[in-house]
Design a protein around this ligand. Structure first.
Ligand code: FAD
Length: 723
């Protein structure tokens, strides 16, 4: 959240910026793209020669492949705060500092200045609740409003023109071992400030250069945005007052608020659901006080996700005291934010510290969502989801269930709609037959075509939260979809972004999962890379070929693979070399349990384009002669050890055998062709008959190569055995 506004502003200011985030949200992506930042989606840049500097979030630690590569290449590597300090040094910086409320207050100042017609640059640390307002603004003004983060110590690099101090409350114990250390960091900025330091009356700091200090008291504003934000608004007004003598009464009345700050996600006669970023006991206390006021007679139910084990341990008592203000409290497991487990800092430790009712610990899953949903049926409730981690997903899923109480699928769709890019496709009950080369099969319960990695992450999140199985498909050229369809989420990699192919130099190509094998083959030929010719005529995608280790003419996919980027079975992004994979005949273990995103392919050799094209033509002609033209899914059976399935089927006189409109091809015995209107049941029955005949006559037990979607071959074939 802190990185994106800085990148946005720098891009507008004329810097050439490439961005990478392993968990980029659609709202952020939209703003960054609009500002001209080029986004790498899920693949880091591999050639770093074009870059001078790498700027990274403090959440990124040594050991991150991109950071390590940048350091090894001798690039300048700066933390966000260091870069912000550098780019703001030529501006008159209005720094907003404090333990709580920086983002909102900086947002208010930026907003108020715009309302009053004061030109200024701004860089805030979050998104406005109004998604149309960018989180940074570039103008030709010498003034720049920015919130300065104290958490990682980079605060010491700033020398502002004016500094607005909001409050000081010990936090970030990993950097400030005691409260006094944090205080010293704030005093340092104040004393480096060139003109004015705005300091709350209630805060006394020793060692402050008093000459610049302008004390302000916190008064209730008639026009305040809401009670919760009174003090932030009042502080923001101090700064605005400096710039305009005749400040309008209400410059902040239209302030939309910042995202994740008391955001109302759902409201009905009986239930109001809010989500808030508060993660420090002081913030939670202020939040609950404000919520209690607005709850009236309604019950106040809080779901809290602690942020970081160290903070949970450090402030355990504070959390217990503040959360006990709620009528009912649930906890979610700690959001670690890359931190290893700290003993005494888990959600269980926190729950154990309650002296009254021990809060129940939920999970980010459907049973927990249903648990909350059921609770809401009994009593009028103000429900607050509180925390700085991924609790926002849980809150949004809960809001979607409240909006669509009668259908889980509709709730899932509702959850996804606001989160996927505008170009992504999403539907319920999408027919799948036309998405396969066999042209057979029923609908997908939920169907999606993500356009980028963020979309894919949202889909996986939804699959997890709503407990809907997913299955990824490419060109559907190795699939038989059951007549009843697939009772889950089908993710299809067909959009343009998933079909990118890039030459990396040194005989290497990077291809995204949705790229057609034919295109890769043509691309390689054009660039003089030999060894991809065997892919000609396999009508699949890179993703499908990686999963199947597709092969022909004595070669297979993993012959040309150097690295694969994929989501593993636990949902984690991986970028691994070929040696890490267990691959064999029509199977790659790791990819069959995950999702391939793309791969770096390496040509075994180079050659003249014309020679490569000659080989492609030879392979293509041989396929035309030996394979049927009608709709099929390629070879229906795997070749048994030492022989060919097609040969066995041919030898047993099964070519031309039909069930309904499904026929064993007369051209190639291992193909089943849909002669028009065949059903999956027809194909399954034909598979049974062919297997039974081959087994009875030769003893070979043919195993299907084509994947059955919506049912299991093992069940279907067991039924056969049972019968
Ligand atoms: P799909 O059929 O869509 O899916 C196949 C499997 O891959 C599924 O398990 C699916 O979940 C998985 N998958 C798809 N995308 C991803 C992804 N991004 N991440 C993880 N898993 C994914 N195959 C050969 O090996 N050699 C051949 O010579 C050959 N010839 C064929 C000829 C014809 C006429 C036809 C119709 C098929 C042929 N095939 C052949 C089969 C098929 O084309 C290949 O298996 C191909 O690799 C499948 O790719 P796909 O994109 O169509 O995958």
């Amino acid at each position: 959240m802190g990185m994106a506004p800085l990148a946005f502003w720098m891009s507008k200011a004329g810097y050439s910026i490439t961005g990478y985030d392993s968990n980029l949200q659609e709202g952020v992506r939209k703003h960054l793209s609009a500002s001209g930042v080029s986004l790498r989606d899920f693949v880091f840049p591999r050639q770093l020669d074009d870059y001078t500097t790498v700027v990274y979030s403090s959440a990124v630690r040594d050991g991150h492949p991109l950071l390590d590569a940048a350091k090894a290449a001798g690039l300048e590597c700066l933390r966000r705060g260091e870069m912000l300090a550098r780019v703001t040094q030529d501006f008159k910086l209005i720094a907003v500092i404090g333990s709580h409320g920086k983002t909102t207050t900086a947002g208010m100042i930026a907003y108020g200045m715009q309302q009053c017609g004061i030109k200024a640059n701004y860089i805030v640390g979050g998104l406005f609740a109004d998604s149309e307002l960018p989180p940074a603004g570039y103008t030709d003004s010498p003034w720049l409003v920015a919130e300065i983060d104290e958490s990682d110590g980079t605060i010491e690099h700033f020398c502002p023109e004016h500094t607005l101090i909001l409050n000081i409350d010990w936090d970030h114990a990993d950097h400030y071992s005691e409260a006094a250390a944090l205080e010293r960091a704030f005093i340092g900025v104040a004393n480096r400030t060139k003109q004015r330091v705005f300091l709350p009356e209630a805060l006394s700091l020793s060692g402050l250069d008093e000459g610049k200090v302008l004390n302000y008291g916190i008064a209730e504003l008639a026009s305040a945005v809401n009670h919760f934000n009174d003090s932030n608004a009042y502080a923001a007004m101090q700064v605005l007052n400096c710039f305009i003598d005749d400040l309008p009464d209400d410059p902040l009345s239209g302030f939309p608020g910042m995202a994740r700050r008391q955001s109302v996600l759902f409201e009905s006669d009986t239930v109001k659901l809010v989500e808030d970023y508060a993660h420090h006991p002081t913030e939670i206390a202020a939040l609950l006080k404000s919520l209690r006021r607005s709850a009236g007679k309604r019950r106040l139910l809080v779901v809290f996700q602690p942020h970081r084990y160290s903070r949970t341990k450090q402030f355990k008592e504070g959390f217990v005291t503040t959360l006990s203000q709620a009528d009912t409290c649930y906890l979610l497991p700690v959001y670690a934010a890359h931190e290893p487990l700290v003993e005494g800092g888990s959600a269980h430790d926190l729950a154990d510290a309650f002296t009254g009712a021990r809060p129940e610990i939920l999970n980010m899953d459907l049973p927990s969502l249903k648990r909350i949903f059921d609770e809401l049926q009994s009593e009028a409730t103000l429900l607050a989801f509180v925390g700085a981690g991924d609790i926002e997903d849980f809150a949004a899923a809960c809001a979607s269930m409240l909006k669509e109480p009668h259908s889980l699928d509709a709730a899932c769709l509702n959850f996804l709609k606001g989160r996927l890019s505008a170009e992504a496709k999403l539907s319920l009950g999408e027919p799948l037959a036309k998405k396969t080369t066999m042209r057979i099969g029923g609908p997908a319960r939920v169907y999606a075509e993500p356009t980028n990695f963020s979309d894919l992450q949202e889909l996986l999140r939804a699959s997890n939260l709503f407990d809907i199985d997913y299955f990824s498909i490419g060109r559907g050229s190795n699939l038989l979809v059951a007549d009843e369809g697939f009772d889950g989420l089908i993710i299809r990699f067909s959009s343009e972004n998933w079909r990118r192919v890039e030459a990396l130099g040194d005989g290497r190509i990077w291809a995204a999962a949705g790229g057609r094998l034919k295109e890769i083959c043509g691309f390689a030929a054009k660039t003089g890379l030999a060894g991809f010719e065997f892919l000609e005529g396999i009508p699949g995608s890179i993703g499908g070929a990686l999963r199947m280790n597709a092969g022909a003419m004595g070669s297979w996919m993993f012959d040309v693979v150097e690295r694969v980027q994929f989501i593993d079975e636990h949902g984690f992004y991986q970028d691994l070399p070929k040696e890490s994979f267990h691959f064999g005949y029509r199977r790659v273990e790791e990819i069959s349990r995950g999702i391939a995103l793309g791969a770096i392919l390496k040509a075994p050799k180079s050659d003249e384009e014309s020679c490569i094209r000659d080989r492609i033509d030879t392979y293509s002609n041989s396929r035309k002669e030996s394979q049927p033209r009608g709709p099929s899914a390629g070879c229906i059976f795997k070749n048994p050890e030492g022989t060919y399935a097609g040969k066995l089927i041919d030898e047993h006189g099964l070519k031309g055998l039909c069930v309904g409109a499904a026929e064993v091809s007369a051209v190639h015995g291992n193909f089943i062709v849909n002669q028009g209107g065949a059903t999956a049941a027809d194909v399954i029955e034909l598979v049974r008959q062919v297997r039974a005949r081959v087994k009875a006559d030769s003893g070979y037990e043919l195993e299907p190569e084509v994947l059955l979607v919506g049912r299991n071959w093992s069940d279907v074939l067991r039924e056969d055995a049972d019968a």
